[in-house]
Design a protein around this ligand. Sequence first.
Ligand SMILES: C[S@@+](CC[C@H](N)C(=O)[O-])C[C@H]1O[C@@H](n2cnc3c(N)ncnc32)[C@H](O)[C@@H]1O
Ligand SMILES: [Zn+2]
Length: 295
Amino acid sequence: MSPDPLRFLRCPVCGEPLSGVETEGARALRCPRGHSFDLARQGYVNLLAGRAPHTGDSPGMVTAREEFLGAGHYDLVSAALAAAATGSSATETSAAESDSADATYPRLVVDAGAGTGWHLAAVLDAIPDAVGLALDVSKPALRRAARAHPRAAAALCDTWQTLPLADASTTLLLNVFAPRNGPEFRRVLRPDGLLLVVTPAADHLTELVEQLDLLRVDPTKSDRVAGSLGDGFDLVGRSRHIRRMRLRRAEVATLVGMGPSAWHIAPARLAARIEALPEPVDVTAAVELGVYRPR
Ligand SMILES: C[S@@+](CC[C@H](N)C(=O)[O-])C[C@H]1O[C@@H](n2cnc3c(N)ncnc32)[C@H](O)[C@@H]1O
Ligand SMILES: [Zn+2]
């Protein structure tokens, strides 16, 4: 675990700063009041205050996500985030649809619901002086996220609860296909910080939605995001990013396995539907990136 992001962490019980301690070979983070949090062998720190309401993505979903992202299929998402973070215009962003974000060089980049840390790593690569923190409630995801980048650390927490971060500690907050906690996002962001939210567009995976009967994206999703963040943010930019992916059937199975449809279709029925697809199959990846500034 990179030590740099530790100074931004706060005890989830009392809100005091945390520092590293080592007792009998076991490493932990401890606050001045004696609350102690184990550093897992796999490199992340468990900052859950109490029990999580759920365990996040399962090992199978995380393996599928790691494989699919590793093949580069969702690099349009990483590229869009990195470009918005650094103020670059080198994206497929439509000028009419988007205001560009200011060039900012954040000290701390937090990814809330980071999964394997793939996109966080890409953003850190684009901002050489920043350190990163991956937050997720899934242990198998955090095992990957802890190794995602030399300047990143990873912490287990439930992002619906108080985030284990100091007020105004975060310069750039990423949120990609993951739950959003508007009031907490606002609290941890610096006044000059940015929140980047990626959501699926209405035509995301449209070919598979029809042929495999996957869960449909709510066409008003990106509008609802702004509402769900509460009144602490102004939407200052919005862009759409689209790419045609040419996938083999095995990759389609991986893609379905990493998303929410994995919970909703019986595996045998899904396998039969995938078998009936042409190979390769062209699939649309379409996402919306919202850029928000604290009000
Ligand atoms: C669809 S995945 C996206 C992961 C990553 N942002 C990416 O795009 O590769 C959603 C992630 O949110 C995490 N998650 C879901 N509910 C959560 C919660 N309440 N607190 C923290 N993480 C949560 C899941 O474990 C999962 O890793
Ligand atoms: Zn404490």
